[in-house]
Design a protein. Structure first.
Length: 191
């Protein structure tokens, strides 16, 4: 089994591509909380698939749960701390920010800027701005080998090295983890 660990449930995200696995029965994720405090793993299904465990669950210290995903499931699983949910599932979590604290609009190249008067309000991707295969990873550039990071995608990754920055189709391996095993152990606060 593949093992992944997170530091104190701050933020752990990876993409599971089980469609690369020809497992008829699907995949089992064993999520274990080895922390000394409760955790609330979040689960987000991609591609409009069935949501697993209502999008998340509570794990007390030392607890574990098996979450079954159907064959072909893809999505993200991450850790959260200090959560408080009401009976309807609405609530908040007290997660520290390990994402991006940089002003990306301020770093945005002129050719990618979205303006509202004199203010930069967003920064387009190079794909959206130029509609060229080399920026959109299409045509002859439709593989990780033929569509490497560009100067534009590096702007975002360098500004936010710890964040999950999906800046182009084959973003780097430091933020996205794709796995091909049949079953997984996800251990928070691994010892």
């Amino acid at each position: 089994m593949a093992k992944f660990s997170g530091l104190h449930l701050l933020f752990f995200s990876f993409i599971i591509a089980t469609d690369a696995v020809s497992v008829v029965s699907g995949t089992v994720f064993t999520i274990q909380n080895s922390c000394s405090f409760p955790g609330w793993p979040g689960i987000l299904t991609g591609n409009g698939g069935a949501q697993l465990n209502d999008g998340g669950l509570t794990l007390n210290p030392g607890a574990s749960i098996d979450v079954s995903a159907p064959a072909g499931w893809s999505g993200r699983i991450w850790g959260r701390t200090g959560c408080n949910f009401d009976g309807s599932g609405a609530g908040r979590c007290d997660c520290q920010n390990i994402g991006c604290v940089a002003d990306l609009n301020g770093r945005c190249p002129n050719e990618l800027r979205v303006m509202d008067g004199a203010n930069v309000v967003a920064c387009k991707s190079a794909c959206e701005a130029f509609c060229k295969p080399e920026y959109c990873c299409t045509g002859a550039f439709n593989t990780p080998e033929t569509c490497p990071p560009t100067d534009y995608s590096r702007i975002f990754k360098e500004a936010c090295p710890k964040a999950y920055t999906y800046s182009y189709a084959y973003d780097d391996a430091s933020s996205t983890f794709t796995c091909a095993n049949a079953n997984y152990s996800i251990i928070f606060c691994a010892r």
